[in-house]
Design a protein. Structure first.
Length: 114
């Protein structure tokens, strides 16, 4: 389940997302908490979009998707992240079980906090 959550978190960042360049960066607890908060907010936007798209007329789908993309961009900006940095952290979380456990706990804490 955790793996699928983080796999869903990867955002399209265009060509050559900065995953290799950031691969050696040691993330602080604060950076991981910020990432977890961002992830929870993005998942909520995606869940709301999925609900809105269910039964939505095909003509409104593009508008709903555009609005969700704008919301995700705003979330990233509020958390001082860009798509490449978010994706780099997502890749690290996916590949390192210790960091994944930390982020899972932070995500659960964030969900409980609401």
């Amino acid at each position: 389940m955790a793996g699928s959550l983080f796999a869903l978190s990867l955002l399209s960042a265009g060509p050559a997302a900065a995953v290799p360049a950031i691969a050696s960066h040691a993330y602080t607890a604060s950076e991981l908490r910020n990432y977890a908060e961002t992830l929870v907010a993005i998942v909520r936007v995606r869940q709301a979009l999925a609900t809105q798209l269910t039964g939505a007329p095909s003509g409104s789908r593009a508008q709903l998707e555009s609005e969700a993309a704008a919301q995700i961009t705003d979330i990233l900006q509020r958390h001082d992240l860009d798509k490449a940095a978010f994706n780099a952290i997502s890749a690290r979380v996916e590949s390192q079980p210790g960091i994944r456990r930390q982020v899972n706990q932070m995500v659960m804490d964030e969900v409980i906090r609401g």
